[in-house]
Each structure stands twice: as structure tokens, then as C-alpha cells.
Write a protein that binds this ligand. Sequence first.
Ligand SMILES: [Mn+2]
Length: 347
Amino acid sequence: MDWSFQNAVVFFFSDRSRSSGVKASVKMRNGELPKSLLVCGSAIRKNGNANNLVVGPLLKNLYSSSSVCVSGRAQDVSFDGNFSEEQLVDSTAVSGLNLKLLSGSCYLPHPDKEETGGEDAHFICEDEQAIGIADGVGGWADVGVNAGLFSRELMSHSVNAIQEECNGSIDPSRVLEKAHANMKARGSSTACIIALKSEGLHAINLGDSGFMVVRDGCTIFESPVQQHGFNFTYQLESGNGGDLPSSGQVFTIPVAPGDVIIAGTDGLFDNLYNNEVTAVVVHAIRTGLGPEATAQKIAALARQRALDTNRQTPFSTAAQDAGYRYYGGKLDDITVVVSYVTNSANI
Ligand SMILES: [Mn+2]
């Protein structure tokens, strides 16, 4: 099989606190409420806790089953607002050209945890035209559980489920359901699975990993973040704990040759704004870089921002909105998967 599974070994970081339950919310990365999504409750809740000055890094909250407002049903989102009928027709016409994804990735574990590899995991299924990303929730280290094992197992099961699907009709939701049903490891993780089909990208995203699509130097799509509260992502857990795959958001996005998909964990999207990612992509394409080299460039810039203690980042903005005094980037595992959408006749 011509797929590669990125083996992320494991490390931990301790969880700052177990979050109290808050209403489910959906928030765009840029801080705006999504226009075409069902929004449950408010956006990020102000944190009323006394511990408002954060000295160390803010770390992702564990799911606390006793205090969670589980979201409702899966939300089918097709981004009608972004695509005119004409574009949809064009894209369908283009699909006759047999689109293909050319993918490459870069993974930079948290610098303190390079030896054990961190908690992100991802895969690229070249033959099946699918990619996936998972970010194990680090708070599990407090109870002696390595969430890196969970994210790796989730991605491994996803690859197996993809290979059971009929070629060309991979359903990312079904893949995630199957993968989740087979989970044995303790822990929890975000998940994002994207497959290219004849009519465009099909994807499911649960939690604060995600992906964006760049066309002609513009961001034409970004998946919204799903979190229960600030730094408290939606997450899959074994069995019926945590959020369920049905809470993931499902997307169908028409794409065309020349489009670039950038998928990543929050180590990417907490540190770089969309326009920064897009600028790197545009420069990379202009200089003829392949998807792996582009992923490396994006990851390197995200790491640079993560280490910056002054610059405003998406994460520091979200932290400040939540009532924390926090500046700079957020040091975390950084996973970037870049896929070029090509006409297979050109390969
Ligand atoms: Mn992360």
C-alpha cells in the first residue's frame, strides 16, 4: 500500500486545569462567528476563574465527563455562500479531469518532547487520496495516560477504514465512525479526515485541528474550530466518553487544479493567521516547491511564532478574549499536511 503513516511517538504536557463545563460553541479561527453554521451558545466564554494571569503555557483542557454539554447532531455544512452556481458547475466540469492530491507533510513535536515524539499523528493515503490529522489531548498525562498513543491509534484505524471503502467513494464520516468504534487506547484526540472525490473535497473535522483551502493566493475556505470553551477542544474518547464522531462538522468543498489544501493541528493554527499561511503557500508555489517542502516552510514559521513571546497570535488573541493576560505564540506539537490539487493528466 502506498500510504505513509506518520508515527508520532509520545510525550506529555501537564494540563493547567480541568475545565468546568460550558456550552458548546463553534468559533471561527479569526474570531468571527461563522455565518453558515449552527451556533450553540455563545462564542468563547469569558473565564471567570481567579487564575487569570497565565505564567506558563496554556494547555488544552481534558474532557471532564461530569460537566460537559455535548453538542447536538452532526452538522452538514456546505458552503453555499462561498461558491456561486457557476463555480459549482465549473468545478464539476473540472472533476472530469480526474483531480489528484499531491501531498506532503511536516511534523515538529514540541521541543521538550522530541525524544518521545509528542501527541500529534497524521497520515497520507496516496492511493486513496485521503489525509488525516489528530491531536492527542495532553491533559491525560496527569493521570498517567499518553494521549499520543490514542491519536496514533485513531489515525491507524482511520487508514484501515479508508482501505475498506470503495475507491473514489470514501466517506470521511463513516471512516471516523469506524475508527472510533475500534479504539482501545485510553486518551482523547481531535480528528480531521479529508478525502478527494470526483465532486470535490469531503471532510469531517472534530475539534481544533482543521484545514484551509487556498486558491489564487486567497483563502477560500477554513474549517471552524469546535470547542466547548477556551482551550477546551471537542475531542473523541474511547467508548461513549467525550464527544462522538457525529458531533464532527462535515464539509463538501468543490476544488480545482491549482488549489492548495493546508491541514494542521492547533500547533499550526494557534500560531499563524490565515494570511501568513497563504503568503507562505504563494511564495512556495512561485518558487516551485513541492507539497512537503511547503509544509516544512509553514511548520517552521509556525514554530518561529510559537517561540515569540511578544507577537500577537491567534492563540494570544483567543486567550485575551477569554480574560487571560497572555502574549506571543503557543509552543505545541505542530503538524502540517499540504496537498496540491492537480489534474492527474499533468502528473
Ligand atoms: Mn496541539
